[in-house]
Ligand binder design. Sequence first.
Ligand code: FNR
Length: 374
Amino acid sequence: PLLSRILSLADMEAVARQVLSHKALAYYSSSSDDQITYQENARAFTRFFFHARVMKPVSRCDPSTTILGYRSSIPVFISGAALAKLGHPQGEANLTKGAAQTSIIQMVSSNASLSYEEIMATAAPRQPLFFQLYKNSKDEVAEQRVREVETLGYKSIWLTVDALVAGNREKDIRSPWVLDDMESGKTEFHVDTPEGLVEGGDAGFGTAGALVANDDRDMTWERTIPWLRRITKLPIVVKGIQTVEDVVLAAEAGVEGILISNHGGRQLDYSFPPIEVLHRLRQQRPDVFDKLEVYIDGGIERGTDVVKALCLGAKAVGLGRPFLYAQSAYGVPGVVKIIQILEREILTAMRLLGATSVQDLKPEMVQRYLSSKA
Ligand code: FNR
């Protein structure tokens, strides 16, 4: 369909489902076990309702914010997701260009299918890019990667901590061709998996199992964060926090930010939805929001979802699959389109709430409410 017919992120996903190859769709859409967390990530937003204020002047309304000090036109960033080339030949470069055109920020996955250098070369002058780190179990190997991306000009390190082993994603496991392609070198992916595939990789765990094969399973607050601090000057964000307790430990460890995330439901099934964890954090430890920036990702599909998270104290939210789907379906224009859709939806929600800036979004504007049917 014409891009002008795409009105929502759901419309975009529907197109992607038509055009993606079987293996790409299996890898992108899969989540763990019975997909309960995957479904609940999105559904949980439906439990939060607004208390809208009226009779406020809202003709001027600005949804922009900063993330780690970098300006973003809307409080949304691209969460790092692997293998964008599976969906489109230009892969991650579509996301980089789309982000540049709309002034939002892309987090590049450790398992990007273009090299970190190629992606940086695609970026516009002064366009900030963030880097998602899967820490190799060998400190020296991990250090080399961090130094490489810092030298290339990436602006922050997002250390993923919720993927020490791959979740059980049966759709992906039943569709093993991605692995075959990587092993045979048929694809031109940048990801350096062969060692993992041969030595530690478990083909029985699908693409994801192979990709995490070399990762550090023994990270701790005491050891890993100071280690990272020693080897880089970049701000550090911990990605994949799932409890209030761990947010508090992250604040004590002195990191600049945390991303409350369950990896889009791809890791531990029955993990709590991020919007619920954020809500608990707001209730139990409102002080933490002054110590670090809090972000969430998982199941975000609408501007209202974004606004709810901001009301509860998130500085910004990330989206993973929607960006993969958009670039697969239409390349750069698809990426630009979903950002425009989100911007419009966010502006509409803010105005109807009586808010003209992200600072106006307050906890009292949302309430967790179970309708009598729930
Ligand atoms: C991911 N995610 C992910 N996270 C990460 O830290 N490193 C990675 O390489 C990947 N790869 C990846 C691939 C695919 C296909 C998906 C769908 C996800 C998780 C991602 O960063 C993010 O947390 C979720 O995608 C957010 O959920 P939604 O927006 O997809 O619902």
